[in-house]
Write a protein that binds this ligand. Sequence first.
Ligand code: FAD
Length: 489
Amino acid sequence: MPNKPSPDSSAPPSIVWFRDDLRVDDNPALAKAASSGTPVVAFYVLDQKADRPLGGASLWWLHHALAALQTSLEPLGVSLILRAGDATDLVPTLVSETGAKAVYWNRRYTASGIAQDTEIKATLKRNGIEAESFNAHLLHEPWTVQTGSGGPYRVFTPFSRAARAAGTPRQPTPAPEMIVQWSGKANSLELDDLNLLPKKPDWAAGFRDMWRPGPEGARANLASFITDKLSGYPDDRNVPGIEATTRLSAHLRFGEISPREVWHAAEIADAPRDSIFKFHQELLWREFSYHLLFHYPDLGSANHQSKFDDFPWADHTTGEGAERLRAWQHGQTGYPIVDAGMRELWHTGWMHNRVRMIVGSFLVKHLLTDWRVGEAWFWDTLVDADPANNTASWQWIAGSGADAAPYFRIFNPVLQGEKFDGDGTYTRRWVPEVAKLPKKYLHKPWEAPINVLRDAGMTLGSTYPHPIVDHKTARDRALQAFKSLSETP
Ligand code: FAD
């Protein structure tokens, strides 16, 4: 038998272009490069022009996610080449610098991302370079789940049924055991050169306390969720005062953990079937958002229901509208549950899902502010800001989306606070000004008698704001505006 040729580290390499898949496990593009037997070069381009530029909180996360990727690639003998600029030029440039014969990547689903990938693939193929893409981000890619007539779904429940019927997601695969090291050299920026972290002011102190970006942090979250939280998930997930969810959203957003790994970890957990089902449904909401984004590429910028184009949004750029928007952004609306959510967001880069719905509804319905304004604020401040989940969720809240909340569903921030944060654990934590109020008045300080306010160390309008809008007046105004729309054919 002839000897197997030993791997040649000076042979033309394969490039793995990392994007939203910052992991070595269950990464089909990396697996393909490793199995080709050629040396492997790992590449990341910070391209803030081709696709929507990342917001501040996401850039903070990205810095740490890239550092973690470097750490995972090191034992495999692969170094990560970092560059910044237009990937449309930088990918072919690295190919010619390294003499690579192939480029592999995992797919993304935004219109601009797809357009760039298509262009790069065409350039590479024209030059005789192999270019192949894979699915690492989703359980089911958007075109694989179809209605009976072959179109996209616009309603979640039938989508989720069809996604389940499409079959169990395949098992995740481990990181490659062996990768041929490349003996060549290519210039790389240092991670710090990408300037992803805030400097002056350094607003990320609260982020550092809460998060461990990278696959290890993701696995730790997943493990503690499966052991301690999954069984109670269907009810506890709605209570912001308890840590009852995975907090995996940013890890999933940046692809530090595979959705297939998360799905299967729950599938085999020792937990009631209905808890597992409910958790899988949430993963399917993420799939549904991507399904919508792919089939309706302007989901992030245009009302999915075009009749909303005539909606009488308030002017948020000047005067009272601008002041109210600022109060919302800074957690100074005078509604404690809304303010708690907005402050949690500012300090940690994350907000509990129930509270996202409350603050979103407040902005769109109580303040009649265009959902795109809220979406943009979330895009800048969330560590998990996701091109599909964020836009689909905001459209859902506004009522302009595909499977949207009905217009007359206007969350009452007092009742929502009392129902989901009855003992006030969450609100007292994030809004210390109201922390000493008794339960009865915690979510409506304006109804507290003067002596109760005094005992709680509060003066409305001084230590804590009066409500910026009256709930009933705002509700009636919103109903009026939305009703006129619902009468539009
Ligand atoms: P878990 O309850 O542990 O759920 C597990 C995973 O399922 C999540 O990590 C997420 O990937 C997915 N998921 C859960 N709920 C939803 C949902 N309602 N829609 C889509 N996917 C879901 N999620 C984002 O990942 N990025 C965003 O930018 C984003 N923006 C949102 C904006 C608004 C206005 C609202 C109402 C929701 C938004 N969500 C977004 C959805 C949801 O709030 C977060 O995914 C969830 O709070 C993340 O916490 P978790 O990881 O602990 O969730």
